[in-house]
Design a protein around this ligand. Structure first.
Ligand code: SAH
Length: 455
């Protein structure tokens, strides 16, 4: 009665939250399984950022309710963003749910499951659904739990949540409703977590937050004109054994000179910046309540390229925001092409409940959203391939993450610029930084061969 399958939808933060829930459940004696068919308990960790992942979660939960009808002991829970935003109203569509647990309560999932199982023994009528979606002061400090040393297996790269919530008010966005107000962890608690990760073999961390450039701005003072986020990066740079630092997502407004300068002096900070733009039309940015201009964005890109010419950029774009005209989109595709992103997430605008944009007419027809989406994807493929081809004949430092999906003795890893590289090598190289000579390129990955150093 203790096999748990956790199905995760959405972003890296959700993945990290699921990992934490899994780690805490293992500590309590639950086992984590790979499929719902092997499980006594299924937890669906959900995403509300667009309609599609919500519909997928509803579909999944609806199918799993049938398991419950066959086996009354089966436990089904919805956790995370949909639990937070929809609360008890989830029961309108999913009356058989046992648990609804919000985004500030991941650390309580194990307690709730223990309780549910204990109170079910001896049976009786189905107990009321357990709903825990309150705000919890200090819950940002509960997000530090990583699998204890020794249990992380061969994890090479880890996500580390440095803050929760978001205080921005982007007119399209549901995240503040799902994740609450911005709260940051302390620097010592983050450093301690990363030290533990490094001790368990992790070489690379990706710091996570909705707007990492706002990290600690209420809790931590500037020191010698350095923001709390830059102070955190400096302390991570000094950690022995940690090789690479990444983060997501910064905000163009908060990406100040102290952070730009880090790309010239912090050796572990990887040459890749994920900088969500959303649009390259100032009119649309204003309508979205994104407080920066296209000029500011391009200036930032130029400054970063000046200090670190190898830097690679990725972004998020929304196409078909209410009122986005053909001219607005032409600007977006122009700058998207000109900046030359290596990677991007292109989203079709999706109306979200209780957002300002939901009061506007969703004016761009679906087919037109699709056309704009595809146009940007085509531009992206062109740049991705061009960048990859430019690496042919060069040697790149690759952090080996694991065996490649296809091919015997093939390994997969990432360059510092986050490009995927596939090459032949022994499994003992997993977790190491190795030089790889690049000889092939596609839009999505690079191929190469290990450079054997002379003894
Ligand atoms: N806090 C991050 C965004 C997190 S959501 C930031 O401000 O950069 C991740 C991405 O989902 C956003 O960057 C945006 O491109 C997309 N997104 C958010 N709301 C959306 C909506 N209503 N429709 C379509 N895409 C959306």
């Amino acid at each position: 009665m203790n096999r748990v399958y956790i199905k995760t939808y959405g972003c890296q933060m959700n993945e990290r939250d699921s990992d934490e829930v899994a780690a805490r459940l293992r500590e309590r004696g639950y086992s984590i399984v790979d499929s719902e068919h092997e499980a006594d308990i299924v937890l669906i960790n959900t995403c509300t950022v667009r309609d599609l992942p919500e519909q997928k979660a509803f579909g999944k939960a609806g199918r799993l309710q049938k398991f419950k009808r066959k086996n009354p002991d089966f436990i089904l829970g919805i956790i995370g963003c949909m639990a937070q935003t929809r609360k008890e109203s989830l029961l309108d569509r999913l009356p058989d749910l046992d648990l609804i647990i919000g985004t500030q309560k991941f650390h309580r999932v194990a307690d709730h499951l223990d309780h549910l199982i204990a109170t079910r023994r001896g049976q009786g009528p189905k107990p009321a659904t357990l709903v825990d979606v309150e705000e919890e002061a200090g819950s940002q400090e509960t997000i530090s739990s990583q699998p204890p040393v020794g249990m992380a297996g061969k994890k090479v790269s880890a996500f580390v949540s440095i803050m929760q919530g978001c205080n921005m008010n982007c007119h399209f966005c549901h995240v503040p409703q799902a994740r609450g107000k911005e709260r940051s962890r302390s620097i010592p608690s983050i450093i301690e977590e990363v030290q533990q990760l490094v001790a368990s073999g992790v070489k690379e961390v990706t710091l996570l937050g909705q707007i990492v450039t706002s990290y600690g701005r209420r809790e931590i003072d500037f020191v010698t004109q350095k923001s709390p986020f830059v102070q955190l990066l400096e302390q991570l740079e000094a950690l022995d054994g940690l090789e690479r630092i990444r983060f997501t997502s910064p905000h163009p407004r908060g990406f100040k000179d102290d952070l730009i300068a880090c790309y010239g002096r912090l050796k572990k900070l990887c040459e890749h910046v994920h900088l969500p733009a959303q649009s390259f039309s100032n009119a649309v940015l204003r309508a979205m309540n994104r407080p920066y201009t296209v000029e500011r964005y391009c200036d930032l890109v130029d400054k970063l390229r000046a200090i670190q010419p190898e830097i690679s950029f990725s972004t998020d774009i929304i196409v078909g925001y209410p009122g986005e005209t053909e001219e607005d989109f032409a600007l977006t595709s122009h700058y998207f092409d000109q900046i030359g992103f290596d990677m991007a997430f292109i989203f079709k605008y999706s109306e979200r409940p209780n957002t300002f944009a939901a009061t506007l007419k969703d004016s761009v027809p679906e087919a037109e959203k699709q056309r704009r989406n595809q146009l940007l994807l085509d531009i992206l493929a062109k740049h991705s391939l061009k960048h990859h081809q430019s690496l042919i004949g060069r040697t790149q430092e690759v952090l080996v993450e694991g065996p490649a999906k296809r091919g015997d003795n093939m390994l997969v890893g990432r360059t510092r610029t986050y490009r995927k590289v596939i090459f032949e090598g022994q499994p003992r190289l997993i977790g190491q930084l190795v030089p790889v000579y690049i000889d092939t390129a596609t839009t999505t990955s690079l191929g190469g061969s290990l450079v054997v150093r002379e003894a």
